[in-house]
Design a binder for this molecule. Structure first.
Ligand SMILES: [Zn+2]
Length: 134
C-alpha cells in the first residue's frame, strides 16, 4: 500500500487495495471526513471505504525468535572440551556427549546429547540434530 502523508484532494484518484476487486484499483476521493481520513470510492466496483493517513499502523509483532543459545553454549564447550580430540563428522561414526566434531558445513561442533541414532550438536551459530551410527 502506498504510504500517504497527506490526504489526497477531493476528486483525486489514487491506487488503493479493493477487497471486492481483489487488488489495487483507482479510488476517487469523495470527501474528507476528518483531517486524517477520507471517504474513497473504488472506480472499478464503486465500493466505498475509508482512507486513513498518518495513523500509526499497529505493529504486528513478529513472533519473537527464540533466543539463539548456540553461541554461548558453543563458547563454553569450546573452553571446556577444546578441539584436541576433534573428529571429522561422518554419519557412520558414533559420537559421544562432549565430543568435538568437525562438520563440513557448520564447522566445529560439540555433541550436547547423544541418542542411539541422533546427536544434538552445538555449532557456533546454530544447534543441529545430526545422524550418527548410520
Ligand atoms: Zn473495487
Amino acid at each position: 500500500m502506498t504510504e500517504l502523508k497527506e490526504l489526497p484532494e477531493v476528486a483525486k484518484s489514487l491506487p488503493y487495495p479493493c477487497k471486492k476487486c481483489d487488488g489495487e484499483k483507482y479510488h476517487r476521493v469523495l470527501v474528507h471526513k476528518t483531517s486524517t481520513s477520507a471517504q474513497i470510492e473504488c472506480e472499478h466496483c464503486g465500493s466505498k471505504k475509508t482512507l486513513k493517513i498518518g495513523v500509526k499502523k499497529k505493529v504486528t509483532r513478529k513472533k519473537r525468535a527464540p533466543k539463539n543459545e548456540a553461541p554461548e553454549m558453543w563458547a563454553a564447550l569450546n573452553e571446556k572440551v577444546g578441539t584436541e580430540k576433534i573428529k571429522l563428522y561422518k554419519m557412520s561414526d558414533q559420537f559421544e556427549e562432549n565430543q568435538a566434531l568437525d562438520h563440513p558445513t557448520f564447522g566445529t561442533g560439540y555433541v550436547t546429547k547423544a541418542l542411539p541414532k541422533q546427536i544434538e550438536v552445538v555449532f557456533p551459530e546454530v544447534i543441529k540434530i545430526l545422524v550418527h551410527n548410520y
